[in-house]
Write a protein that binds this ligand. Structure first.
Ligand SMILES: Cc1cc2nc3c(=O)[nH]c(=O)nc-3n(C[C@H](O)[C@H](O)[C@H](O)COP(=O)(O)OP(=O)(O)OC[C@H]3O[C@@H](n4cnc5c(N)ncnc54)[C@H](O)[C@@H]3O)c2cc1C
Length: 435
């Protein structure tokens, strides 16, 4: 057993797991991690650190605070009703249910680190002047430093019928339990959204044994990650794997009889029959407390390189934060931003540097990897090399270069090179080294 680092999403994990617990790539895409020399915490204070949110950004911040300060109190307030868990598993585990070891860390870890996790505390009010948070049950928490890590919630389009029981989103562990209950009744599932999470959910439902139709609003699928050629290959794979797809399908209303869902009506009037609707239509950052407290908020909470917000003693990180105008909504970035926020809040010195976004899709028995800039910048000339495209074999390999330097890639089928390519993307490797 040894710790390894995933070269694709940056997560460090124990190699006995056999694959990355976050993005699912195999051990061939990892590198050994030198065990960090045990260093003493720099200080032992009696400060109060309060962390809002029970996701990976919160846990990562708590871990970083404890590494800096051995004496301070650390309290995590989460409204989720359970210990922080690997949210990335949710769309991947509908067929078999959430595994028992889904927690990021077991309860003993928090005890050992002297981190208090309150799992039923919904924060309702933040007073940055009084340094105080009020929860839904009336309890009050005071802080010296606050980490705002409230994540995001699913976007639900405004249309008739979305409030029905058979219309679900996927963000919480309970969502998967509910979806499995509904699937057990049989019928066809309609997945609204052809992004990575929509297609992961669709495949998971197919594996469960129910027929699925994916309703995508674009001309192809995974419009953010794939170009037209990549989409064509993925569509062929979906057809082979028994996933129905409707493109240019803009949903207008959920159809129902009484309280039973019967399908979806599209904007062009077509009615697509189905018994369960899964909405995978994006997320919105959880900023309401920040807005109410007067913090600077664009689409998400504005933070600088140290993850400081516009208010003294308040840091933000993860899916609720916006760094240089970017909200990544990626596990690896929530982890890193949490580390930076926690380190700085506890008096250390860390800066966040950002990444070129990479996405891995695992489903339909294929690998798919899309990373970097794939020709998306206006006025920039790209040198594009399509090495392979085979609809029958389900293979696609395309590379993008800017000024002779590697800047983007799409792989479908064999993704075994993605560890190497991720490194070369970060370095901006020359073309002859990449191909
Ligand atoms: C189904 C699914 C699959 C995904 N798959 C991938 C993947 O394969 N790879 C990848 O990189 N990323 C993936 N992501 C994105 C990744 O999970 C997120 O980027 C990451 O979880 C963000 O962590 P966070 O801590 O910022 O926020 P969250 O995980 O959203 O945590 C926020 C926490 O705050 C709590 N909270 C909210 N409001 C309150 C309140 N008022 N009071 C108290 N607590 C509150 C929430 O209950 C939650 O516990 C996936 C996301 C989902 C939903």
């Amino acid at each position: 057993m040894a710790d390894v680092k995933c070269l694709v999403c940056g997560v460090v994990f124990d190699d006995s797991l056999g694959k990355c617990p976050v993005c699912g790539v195999g051990l061939e895409n990892t590198e050994p991690v030198q065990a960090a020399p045990k260093t003493e915490a720099a200080v032992s204070s009696n400060k109060r650190f309060l962390i809002l949110g029970g996701g990976i950004a919160a846990v990562s911040a708590a871990e970083a605070i404890r590494a800096q300060d051995s004496g301070c109190s650390i309290t995590i307030l989460s409204g989720e009703g359970r210990l922080p868990f690997k949210r990335t598993l949710l769309t991947k585990c509908i067929a078999e249910g959430l595994p028992e070891d889904a927690e990021i860390y077991p309860a003993d870890w928090y005890k050992e680190k002297k981190i208090t996790v309150e799992t039923d505390k919904l924060a309702m009010e933040l007073d940055p002047v009084a340094h105080r948070v009020r929860c839904a049950d009336g309890s009050i928490y005071y802080y010296d430093k606050l980490i705002y890590a409230l994540g995001a919630y699913p976007f639900v389009p405004e249309m008739d019928g979305v409030g029905l029981e058979q219309v679900q989103v996927i963000r919480l562990a309970d969502d998967v339990v509910k979806i499995r209950e509904l699937l057990a009744k049989g019928g066809r599932a309609l997945v609204v959204g052809d992004g990575v999470l929509g297609l992961e959910a669709a495949w998971s439902i197919r594996k469960y044994g129910c027929p699925v139709t994916v309703l995508g609003s674009g001309k192809g699928v995974m419009g953010k990650q794939l170009d037209a050629g990549g989409s064509e290959v993925l569509e062929a794979i979906m057809a082979k794997k028994g996933l129905d797809l409707k493109k240019n399908a803009r949903s207008e209303a959920v159809l129902y009889e009484g309280d039973r869902v019967t399908g979806i009506r599209l904007k062009d009037g077509e009615e697509v029959p189905g018994d369960l609707v899964i909405l995978s239509t994006g997320v919105r950052p959880n900023t309401f407390l920040a807005v109410q407290a007067g913090l600077e908020v664009n689409k998400s909470i504005v933070v600088n390189d140290k993850m400081e917000t516009s208010a003294p003693d308040i840091y933000a990180c993860g899916d609720c934060a916006e760094w240089r105008g970017i909200n990544y909504s990626l596990w690896s970035e929530a982890t890193e931003q949490g580390r930076v926020a926690g380190t700085n809040a506890a008096g250390g010195d860390a800066a966040y540097g950002g990444v070129e976004g990479a996405v891995i899709y695992h489903g339909m028995d294929i690998g798919l990897f899309s990373a970097g800039d794939k020709g998306g910048k206006e006025g920039v000339e790209y040198d594009v090399v399509e090495k392979q495209k085979d609809l029958d074999a389900g293979v696609y390999e395309k590379y993008y270069f800017r000024d002779g330097r590697f800047c983007g890639v799409i792989l479908i089928g064999d993704t075994s090179a993605m560890g190497r390519l991720t490194k070369q993307l970060a370095e901006g490797a020359p073309k002859e080294e990449v191909l």
